[in-house]
Design a protein around this ligand. Sequence first.
Ligand SMILES: Cc1ncc(C[n+]2csc(CCOP(=O)(O)OP(=O)(O)O)c2C)c(N)n1
Ligand SMILES: [Mg+2]
Length: 387
Amino acid sequence: MPREEIDLSCKVEYLSILDEDGHLDEALAPDVSDEQLEQMHRVMLLARRFDERMLNLQRQGRIGTFAPVSGQEAAQVGVMAALQAQDWFVPSFREFAASIWRGTPLKALLLYNAGYNEGAAIAEDAHDLPIAIPVATQIPHAVGLAYAARYRDTDAVALVFFGDGATSEGDFHEAMNFASVFETPTLFVCQNNQWAISIPREDQTHSKTLAQKALAYGMPGIQVDGNDLLAVLAAAREAVERARSGRGPTLIECVTYRLSVHTTADDPSRYRSDEEVEEWERREPLRRLQRYLKERGILDDDGIEALESEISEEIDQAWQETEQAMQELDEPLDIFAHNYAELPRTLREQREEMASRLGEGGGGLSNGQTDHGAGAQPGPARGDGRG
Ligand SMILES: Cc1ncc(C[n+]2csc(CCOP(=O)(O)OP(=O)(O)O)c2C)c(N)n1
Ligand SMILES: [Mg+2]
């Protein structure tokens, strides 16, 4: 009766290519053109500045709460750059850099975060899913999309983003198991940003890495420096190639850091130290990439300055368009519009009360109005028959 070790032949690799000082490991570097690097850098910079502007707008009360991306730009753009248009992009709620890479207009992102559903509309031909707020619920959806893509004999893959906190949810484990058993072409990308609101990574799981969770399900898992654009790109390309060629899913753990607040409703100074944030600021992805691009002769300080002002104008323009759209779309009663075909009594009463109050405020609504009619709102009528 033996009692012996089972050889699982499992391993988890860690990959880093561009270090904190912007130095490159030539042997590991993925093949990437100057133009691609410029494109990735532009989106990372745009996402960072967009994040900063959104934070200002939120503090001024002009948009609602949102989850900033600062610090995680490489983990998102590096993965997205490995995808093609027909591949599925399944975000959670912090994927602004990924969305911008995908071509989502800044105006749509602003509009959504200002509370207008219209901003969440997805272009007919885009293979993107909407933002998913309930943690980890988007992961099984991505597996379903990947399963369907294969069933239909396409070579599309599905990428899903989620956080370190999401790995404690049942949805994550069910999705990983299903994907592995059915060999679905799925990229599971965990942005381990060290925190799930105020829960630190150490309290989330006793596993040494999150990548190793792949091993239990019999799929490859790799941990990468998530602030290293080139390491993320290399790992993502490998996983895409594996998925596209019918060799099943991969879990990529991007080790990164949330430099800003969890959401604008959060105060991280209550649970983490300034020293910790400063330490991660030294490892942040954007400056590191800029150092490398300068060394490679692709960018110089003047180029960065010119890009900064171009980006600043782009964001200004998007906000102007958003403000305009907000005026045209203004319909507070929309909060009652999309959940029920027929409103339950309690909500009907609330809607009537709100309509009445809006009417008193001179908004043009008549007292006791019960229909969800376009034309009842203070702004111009939509006349699109929704609701
Ligand atoms: C099912 C569910 N439980 C709780 C929440 C509240 N919540 C929102 S974000 C979050 C933490 C998520 O952490 P992580 O997965 O690490 O993602 P991160 O916010 O760090 O990007 C929690 C608990 C939620 N949105 N959904
Ligand atoms: Mg997290």
